[in-house]
Design a protein around this ligand. Structure first.
Ligand code: SF4
Length: 100
């Protein structure tokens, strides 16, 4: 089992919002899918379902976006989805790697 998760992991910005996180009592592994197959896709979907009923989804997403590349599902997004947002903000969408 991983020792870090969106609720417990300390970041570079305050994370006081995490005490209200919907994932607080979830298995942290759910938010860190491995691979790209069907099982991973189902795991991403399940993690996002938790996020979409989370009262602090906006704070979580803001934290993950502000703190650069962080692994796992945060604020209802995958690492690749957050990277795409960052690239669009920087005007680098045309250089995005395939599958990101
Ligand atoms: S948005 Fe998702 S990952 Fe973030 S605190 Fe809420 S449930 Fe956890």
């Amino acid at each position: 089992m991983r020792t870090s998760d969106p609720v417990r992991e300390e970041g570079r910005m305050p994370m006081e919002w995490r005490r209200d996180a919907a994932c607080r009592n979830q298995d942290p592994e759910l938010f860190f899918p491995i691979g790209t197959g069907d099982a991973s896709g189902l795991q991403v979907k399940a993690a996002k379902a938790v996020c979409h009923r989370c009262p602090v989804i906006a704070s979580c997403l803001a934290w993950a976006t502000a703190n650069g590349p962080v692994a796992g599902i945060w604020g209802g997004t995958t690492e690749g989805e957050r990277a795409s947002v960052r690239r669009r903000r920087l005007g680098l969408a045309a250089t995005a790697p395939a599958g990101a």
